[in-house]
Write a protein that binds this ligand. Structure first.
Ligand code: ADP
Length: 408
């Protein structure tokens, strides 16, 4: 409480000596706390004093020699807005009192009707009310300041966010156009590979047949060198023919793929084994398999995967009798197939390279082939929303795994 430990300083504006004495007397009668009262007769004197001293409350008669009415109040309030003001009015000026209260005075008292008790209570409440009002104002000001600050922070954050969103959108746009560009260039490349390998076949066939003819007609009729050169040319032309045929098959995976339909993998495997029958018999291969599911796939392509993988498992056999097992596992959205063999195996450093076009790990003379088989498998698997990889160790057999999406 304000009243406890200090003297309450009161400034009284009153030019009527009788009224001033009366108020002073009443105040002197207050016994609860110590009061100190200063009296001024004019507005000017009062404002002067207010400039120099602090007061706890102002008692203000609006009718002074140098000022009258509500303006008196407004001038005093402007000088010290933080000090509570109690208006003293004559009996007929109650309205002005109310008006002053509306404009910020704490209370108004009608002269002649003021008792010691009323005056005391009015002073106490005015000081308390003003204090609370000041507190609330300070609180509101701080709050407003905080809201302003927060709003500014938010608007900065918002701007940053907008910028980021913009950048994100731009990156996405860029990415889209890069993907589109990539697709286009892939299509062009595939088209090129197809056209090139297709159109090269004819002139190459001529080179091949005429070098063969040359060999047949002139073998032994020229010198030894010529015979050897002709052999080289025949061999080279044949190899080139094989490479071009393989390249054509590779480019056909995407350019001439068929629609997808339900395919029984048991049937597919059976057909692949039939195509490999001769080499299976020759090598006395032991082939086993899990029960295989029905998948949605291009029927003409899916069999090529089994054929290439099983063909390789036989071709790259070890000394042991070839044992091949085909298993399958159902994953969330995919089928995972595995082809296990007990062949020569692959050094893991090569496990990615072997899927590239024409990449082989052995000399041509040791194992036949051009190195296109696994690239074709990879392309087919990718067309079926899957992936292909190998787990292998040199000398310990290989496991080729591939997946096929169930949702194509
Ligand atoms: P190709 O069989 O015509 O050489 P592939 O693309 O089918 O071509 O295979 C690439 C290479 O991967 C082969 O040359 C061989 O070195 C290796 N490879 C493939 N399958 C096996 C396997 N089952 N065991 C060992 N090596 C293999």
């Amino acid at each position: 409480m304000v009243f406890m430990d200090k003297v309450i300083k009161i400034l009284l504006f009153e030019d009527n000596i009788g009224d001033a004495d009366l108020i002073e007397d009443m105040i002197n009668e207050f016994s609860d706390f110590s009061y100190e009262i200063l009296i001024v007769e004019t507005l000017e004197d009062g404002l002067d004093l207010l400039k120099k001293q602090a007061f706890d409350v102002i008692l203000l008669d609006l009718g002074l020699p140098d000022s009258d009415g509500i303006d008196t109040f407004l001038d005093v309030q402007e000088e010290r807005p933080e000090i509570p003001i109690i208006i003293l009015t004559g009996l007929n000026h109650g309205k002005i009192g109310i008006n002053a209260v509306k404009k910020g005075a704490q209370d108004y008292l009608i002269k002649g009707q003021v008792s010691t008790e009323i005056l005391k209570r009015s002073i106490r409440y005015s000081i308390e009310r003003k204090k609370s009002a000041e507190k609330i104002k300070r609180f509101t000001d701080t709050l407003e300041e905080q809201v302003k600050q927060r709003t500014e922070e938010l608007s900065i954050a918002n701007e940053l966010l907008q910028k980021e969103v913009g950048e994100h959108e731009r990156t996405e746009e860029k990415l889209k156009s890069i993907v589109e560009e990539l697709r286009r260039s892939n299509r062009e490349l595939e088209q090129f590979a197809y056209v090139a390998s297709h159109d090269l076949q004819e002139p190459l066939r001529m080179v091949s047949s005429f070098t063969q003819l040359l060999g047949r007609r002139y073998k032994g009729k020229l010198d030894d060198d010529a015979d050897e050169f002709i052999n080289f040319a025949v061999d080279g032309a044949q190899r080139m023919q094989q490479l071009i045929t393989d390249l054509l098959a590779y480019s056909r995976v995407t350019s001439q793929g068929k629609d997808f339909e339900p395919v029984k993998m048991e049937d597919v495997l059976e057909e692949s084994l039939l195509n490999l029958k001769l080499s299976i018999l020759e090598n006395e291969v032991d082939i086993t398999h899990d029960p295989l599911p029905e998948v949605v796939a291009d029927p003409s392509q899916i069999g090529q995967i089994f054929q290439n993988l099983i063909g390789n498992a036989i071709k790259f056999r070890s000394e042991k009798t070839p044992e091949i097992h085909i298993s399958v596992e159902e994953k969330d959205n995919q089928w995972l197939f595995q082809v296990d063999d007990n062949g020569i195996g692959i050094d893991p450093v090569h496990s990615e390279r072997i899927f590239l076009v024409f990449q082989r790990l052995h000399e041509r003379g040791v194992y036949p082939g051009t190195g296109i088989g696994l690239s074709i498998c990879q392309k087919i698997v990718e067309r079926h929303g899957g992936d292909i990889w190998v787990d292998s160790q040199l000398g310990k057999g290989s496991t080729f795994c591939f997946t096929i999406s169930k949702r194509i």
